[in-house]
Design a protein around this ligand. Structure first.
Ligand code: FES
Length: 163
């Protein structure tokens, strides 16, 4: 799972990213993998980075955007410093995942896929994250919060904010 560690200028591709793109760009079917690597670099897919990628791959911008907007995984806007992934897989949904989302909306004053005014938080709904025994679950970076109840969320947000 990727964590955003730095705020980078969108067009500043690291040498390892450039090397990765050069290595894969001529191999058929590699666009999605390259986009994943690009999103790992920036935490989302900034427009200038997509433009730069389209030049490097010699692919029309529209084709890249077609792929990016088709898959829910790709983000076109910068997430909060803490992007909370609320699991809405079957087990978590049945154990109150929706209540977690509603309480995050109340506490943060934002909806799914929006960013709080201070840039600290965003949250999204994801499918099973693989620890159904702890349902309902939310994940932020490498931290997993299991058996969540809405009343626990202020504590979770305070902890994340202080990190
Ligand atoms: S359904 Fe949420 S962790 Fe599996």
């Amino acid at each position: 799972m990727s964590v955003i560690t730095k705020d980078k200028t969108a067009t500043e591709f690291s040498s390892t990213l450039v090397q990765f793109i050069e290595e894969w760009k001529d191999k058929p079917g590699s666009l999605i993998m390259i986009l994943h690597r690009l999103q790992q670099e920036f935490g989302f897919l900034p427009r200038p980075a997509i433009i730069q990628l389209s030049q490097m791959l010699q692919l029309p911008l529209a084709k890249i955007y077609g792929v990016v907007t088709f898959y829910h995984y790709f983000k076109l806007t910068k997430p909060g410093r803490n992007n909370i992934q609320v699991c809405m897989g079957t087990a978590c949904y049945l154990k109150g995942g929706e209540d977690i989302i509603h309480e995050l909306e109340n506490l943060l004053g934002i909806h799914l896929n929006q960013v709080s005014d201070d840039g600290e938080f965003s949250f999204e709904s994801v499918r099973c994250v693989g620890c159904c025994g702890l349902a309902p679950v939310a994940v932020c970076g490498t931290e997993v919060f299991g058996k969540l109840v809405p009343d626990k969320l202020p504590e979770v947000l305070a902890k994340l904010k202080s990190n």
